[in-house]
Design a protein around this ligand. Structure first.
Ligand SMILES: NC(=O)C1=CN(Cc2ccccc2)CCC1
Length: 364
């Protein structure tokens, strides 16, 4: 019987359950290097019982960081630190995943708790953002990205590919390309941000070209037996969400043909004014449609907090994996709580032995 605690196999990788730790930016790195914060953070989450732990948005180039505190994999020097993170995740019994990102025109900002605005131009840590077109994320704002040349595009695609190679060397076995949240790849896809008239703009094929060429480059360096996945913003909540969704379905078909094994169904966040219908589980129906209409395994996230509901989404074949974020930040042992609530056999067994032993006969 499939459910939240049934295993999930994709290519040669098997998750012990359907609970994934969603990539959550910590903004604690220096020059892209991880430190004790990340080691404790990811060990804590992996020991909580999730089947998959995806490391936060990891920049493929320095100018692709959301903030100066983003983790990076743009240099061989970054590999060692991340290999210790991958090892810690695997030792805890979870599959080690990593999200590779380039924030494009949304790069170069302060972390949300400092307002999330672009760094002052005279800040020594600031840099010029890049994007498909010289169109600012905030209309009328003077934080305008430099329009990427074709050489810049090719270089960034290589950056993704080399970062994927490093991720494999570091021991990660699940790769997620960040094609959502208004970051670089999403900004190529959205006509709101991509006004190019060359082959990287205009038609849907043109706007999707950056994504498909990036997947093709990554495919050369990421082992075929490990899942190659994308987080894709599948819907823009503008005056016609069905339009952007139908375009996304076409793009997902092309991504699947290019070798993408799984789609983590996310938000577009391509423009600041989106009227997002925030509500519990609101992305599940969209993910279920992708799964059914494109016959590809999917995951999703956003305000999913209840074990019984999550279990039903899996049982009903709506989604294959559920990415939890704040639910797990609030309680890293939430998988244990969920196991008890769903009355699976040996709920304590989702935790490592030193915890499981003492909890086997414990009832709160
Ligand atoms: N790395 C990412 O994909 C990020 C996504 N965010 C969207 C978000 C909006 C609202 C609530 C949570 C996340 C903000 C921080 C960075």
């Amino acid at each position: 019987m499939t459910g939240l605690f049934s295993s999930f196999s994709l290519k040669d990788i098997t998750l012990r359950n359907r609970i994934a730790v969603s990539p959550m930016c910590q903004y604690q790195a220096v020059d892209g290097f991880i430190n004790d914060w990340h080691s404790a953070h990811y060990s804590m989450l992996a020991r909580g019982g999730a089947g998959l732990v995806v490391v936060e948005a990891t920049a493929v180039a320095p100018e692709g960081r959301i903030t100066p505190g983003d983790v990076g994999l743009w240099s061989d020097e970054h590999t060692a630190g991340l290999s210790s993170i991958a090892a810690a995740i695997k030792t805890a019994g979870a599959v080690a995943g990593i999200q590779l990102a380039h924030a494009g025109r949304k790069a170069g900002c302060t972390p949300p708790w400092q307002g999330g605005a672009p760094l002052d131009r005279d800040d020594a840590l600031a840099w010029e953002p890049v994007g498909p077109s010289a169109v600012p994320f905030v209309p009328g704002n003077d934080y305008i990205p430099r329009e990427m040349t074709k050489d810049n595009i090719r270089q960034t695609q290589q950056d993704f590919a080399r970062a994927a190679e490093r991720a494999c060397q570091a021991g990660f076995q699940w790769l997620e390309l960040h094609f959502a949240h208004g970051f670089l790849a999403q900004s190529f896809l959205s006509p709101q941000s991509n006004t190019r008239s060359d082959e990287y703009g205009g038609s849907l094929e043109g706007r999707a070209r950056f994504l498909l060429e990036t997947v093709a480059e990554v495919r050369k360096f990421w082992p075929d037996n490990f899942p190659l996945t994308v987080r894709l913003g599948v819907v823009e909540f503008d005056d016609c969400p069905e339009h952007s969704f139908s375009e996304s379905l076409k793009v997902i078909g092309w991504l699947k043909d290019a070798g993408v094994d799984f789609v983590d169904v996310g938000l577009s966040l391509a423009t600041p004014g989106e009227n997002i219908p925030w509500a519990a589980n609101f992305m599940v129906p969209w993910a279920a449609r992708v799964r059914r209409e494109k016959n590809i395994p999917v995951g999703t996230s956003w305000m999913i907090t209840q074990a019984k509901e999550a279990n039903e989404f899996i049982q009903d074949g709506k989604v294959d994996v559920i990415f939890f974020a704040r639910t797990l930040l609030a309680n890293p042992h939430w998988p244990y709580r969920a196991a008890r609530e769903l009355e699976i056999t040996d709920p304590h067994a989702v935790l490592p032995t030193p915890y499981a032993y003492w909890l086997q006969n414990w009832s709160e």
